[in-house]
Design a protein around this ligand. Structure first.
Ligand code: ADP
Ligand code: ZN
Ligand code: ZN
Length: 720
């Protein structure tokens, strides 16, 4: 009998393809192969080699293996196969997600050979006019190790300067410098405080078994310090480790801290890497080099072969969930990976997700708590400021403005949190009531004053901002509400003596801009930071002692069942930026609902008490994590088609254990000209929902739909 391979392709197909393995060719699961497909060749990934194809079919042979080893080692292959099934995503597309782009395209799994240059050490005196060549020599000497041609060019030198020096015998070609882990780190780790030591003892043992521990550590308590100690104590020289972070570019300090102790052992993985960097890093991991990877979500899919520890920092962060295509949760896959690999997993957060907290209560996870800030820093005091009948300037009330003034006068920095970018979320005519709406979505256009544009934050639509009402030509056509730009302008006028620094997606678009902003803030001079969510994420601003939340009410009355949890997390995370050093911090939360129980609990309670309260509500409503949830979404040029499609899917979801809501139009029913609807599915048990969803997906594939129709499934959705 001929050997057969079952192969997955990088296509949105819920099926696999069988091929014959030619005699003398050894192929194992996880390997990349080239196969004839239609009239072309395609790159495939072998899923299985022990298959019996239908007897009467003549299979085509595999053309060749692209390399003699599996690109996806066994554990990575298992992880992805499990994930594709769990998230109901086509296996082929899921598996290819774990390859760097070059390998998806079928290119060789090897780095192009690069020429490296070093100083020859020969004595020299260059003519005066050769000052660029001299500068190049000085630069090479300064770098202290061989440099690739690419780096020489990136540093602003030319090939001809390099050639000139080579001809004079002053530089020579050489081998690439070896990756070296420093034998002893350049800076020793600071000893753990007593509180940290106690918490450290509660972190999971490294004993060849799976343990998952939730590390609840208030902001500024030293979670990162604990991770560093944990890795230092537990990793051998051969081990690999993974540290997942929500976003790398926003918090370059975190990577720098790891690099200080682990040197070249640190590899970073995030979306801003180019294809060459991705391939190089991927290969080092696949070769089993003892790297510690600090990466965003997709780093959990890397082909580790000696993984000993997984850490997920800020585990509550919603950016761990991929929002399109293969909608996996990086955090949840990290836990599953630890399970597959029988190694410890630490989930760290000052505001743990309700899912993870519930898992500490049902015995699945351990809980380690660190409720003291480092040194003399104390938890910031949170005060609610009712603004119902107070005049506001740029959204900020008088008491908050006075507090900012006092903070600056005492040489400190203030942070003002506004949850929306742009100048104002609405433009309205005060004569006829006309509102500027997106022509393609059910949403208002945001006014961006810096470039006088109206933009939709839900699609790509934008237009120049009119100066008079387009409907009645009235000049009483004005922005309403607060965005970061407006607050920035108001504060610049009121506090002309200090810099006002805006941090949002618009002000940080240029590469490196966030770094220069952080440097300015960390210089320590008095300033006011104005910004969105971005400011809430993991930054260490020692001189910020005051945080003003311009408006906390957005999440109070949302229909999304996760909104209260997310509101509290965001408020506590922004609050956590205050008073991280010696001087105590104050947080002023402006609201029109100062009697709202959720906001009051924020003032009094510990996060875990609030989480407990929210969990009780979730349990009463039998919402996640008490029942698993999935959403099936449909979008089409007409709402009727979306609803009709979901109606048919609903008919297949008949099991007793299921509860199905809808189909109903989505919250923003029309987005980018498409009409969106959804079905929400809840189930008593996880196993039950998986089978039901699989059947629903098979049904969905069979249904006849118009060309413009799209559907998707979202298991454990972050947004409803
Ligand atoms: P978290 O991640 O919990 O917000 P960090 O690990 O960033 O906290 O620690 C907050 C600050 O305290 C950092 O500036 C860190 O360098 C400092 N720090 C933490 N632990 C110690 C320690 N044991 N000794 C000295 N400084 C520490
Ligand atoms: Zn008008
Ligand atoms: Zn729009």
């Amino acid at each position: 009998m001929t050997a057969t391979a079952r192969i997955a392709l990088n296509r949105p197909l819920r099926r696999l393809f069988d091929y014959q393995i030619p005699d003398g060719c050894r192929i194992e699961p996880g390997q990349r192969v080239q196969i004839p497909f239609g009239r072309q060749f395609a790159t495939g990934l072998v899923v299985d080699t022990n298959v019996t194809p239908p007897a009467n079919i003549q299979l085509k042979p595999v053309n060749r293996a692209l390399e003699p080893w599996p690109a996806l080692p066994a554990e990575t292959l298992k992880l992805l196969t499990w994930a594709a099934d769990y998230y109901q995503h086509p296996l082929g597309e899921s598996l290819f997600m774990a390859l760097p782009p070059a390998l998806r395209r079928g290119q060789p799994a090897a780095l192009p050979k690069e020429t490296f240059w070093q100083l020859s050490g020969r004595e020299h005196s260059l003519p005066k006019q050769a000052h660029r060549q001299q500068a190049l020599l000085d630069w090479l000497a300064g770098e202290g190790k061989p440099q690739a041609t690419r780096d020489v060019l990136a540093a602003g030198f030319s090939r001809s300067q390099l050639k000139g020096l080579a001809e004079k015998g002053l530089v020579t070609e050489c081998d690439p410098p070896a990756h070296t882990a420093p034998d002893s780190p350049s800076t020793p780790l600071p000893p753990l405080t007593e509180a940290q030591q106690q918490t450290f003892a509660d972190l999971p043992p490294v004993d060849g078994k799976f343990h998952c521990t939730l590390l609840y550590g208030v902001t500024g308590s030293g979670k990162t310090e604990l991770y560093l100690h944990y890795l230092q104590n537990n990793l051998t020289a051969d081990d690999q480790a993974l540290v997942l972070v929500p976003e790398i570019n926003l918090t370059p300090q975190t990577v720098a801290r790891f690099q200080r102790y682990f040197g070249d052992r640190i590899e970073v993985w995030h979306s801003a890497l180019n294809d060459g960097q991705r391939l190089a890093t991927w290969l080092r991991i696949r070769e089993g080099k003892p790297v510690i990877v600090i990466g965003t979500r997709s780093a959990v899919l890397l082909p580790f072969i000696g993984l000993q520890t997984l850490i997920v920092d800020e585990e509550h962060d919603s950016s761990y969930k991929q929002g399109e295509g293969f909608r996996y949760s990086g955090r949840d896959l990290a836990v599953f990976r630890g399970h597959l690999n029988q190694c410890p997993v630490i989930l760290g957060s000052a505001t743990p997700s309700l899912e993870s907290y519930a898992n500490t209560q049902n015995g699945k996870y351990g809980l380690a708590r660190l409720e003291q800030r480092v040194g003399s820093a104390t938890a910031p005091e949170v005060r609610l400021l009712d603004i119902r009948s107070r005049p506001l300037e740029g959204g900020v009330s008088q008491p908050a403005l006075s507090a900012i003034r006092r903070c600056l006068d005492s040489g400190q920095q203030a942070l003002v949190f506004v949850n929306r970018r742009g100048y104002a979320p609405v433009m309205m005519c005060f004569d006829c009531g006309h509102l500027m709406e997106c022509p393609d979505c059910d949403s208002r256009l945001t006014y961006h004053q810096r470039d006088r544009a109206l933009r939709c934050h839900h699609c790509d639509y934008q237009q120049a901002a009119p100066t008079v009402c387009p409907s009645c030509q009235s000049e009483a056509f004005k922005p309403i509400g607060q965005g970061t730009e407006r607050t920035e302008d108001t504060l610049t006028n009121l506090f002309p003596d200090v810099p006002v620094i805006r941090v949002d997606r618009d002000s940080t678009q240029r590469k490196g801009s966030i770094q220069s902003i952080l440097e300015r803030v960390n210089s320590g001079d008095p300033c006011i930071l104005v910004g969105t969510q971005m400011l809430a994420k993991g930054h260490d601003f020692p001189k910020v002692t005051l945080v003003v939340v311009v408006n906390a009410d957005g999440g109070l009355f949302s229909v999304d069942f996760r909104a209260p949890e997310q509101l509290i997390q965001t408020l506590l995370q922004v609050s956590g930026r205050a008073g991280r050093s010696r001087d105590p911090g104050t947080v002023l939360v402006q609201t029109c609902h100062s009697d709202h129980p959720l906001l009051n609990s924020l003032q009094q309670g510990r996060y875990l008490d609030i989480a407990q309260q929210l969990l009780t509500e979730r349990e009463a409503a039998q919402l996640p994590p008490f029942r698993p949830m999935a959403i099936i979404r449909a979008e089409a040029p007409e709402m009727s088609e979306s609803l009709a499609f979901l109606d048919q899917i609903r008919n297949t979801l008949t099991q007793d254990a299921l509860e199905v809501w809808g189909p109903l139009p989505a919250l923003i029913a029309r987005k980018a000209k498409r009409h969106r609807a959804q079905l929400v599915v809840l189930c008593e048990q996880r196993g039950g929902i998986r089978e039901a969803l699989k059947a629903a997906c098979q049904q969905a594939e069979q249904l006849r739909t118009s060309r413009d129709f799209r559907w998707q499934i979202d298991v454990d959705p972050q947004e409803t």
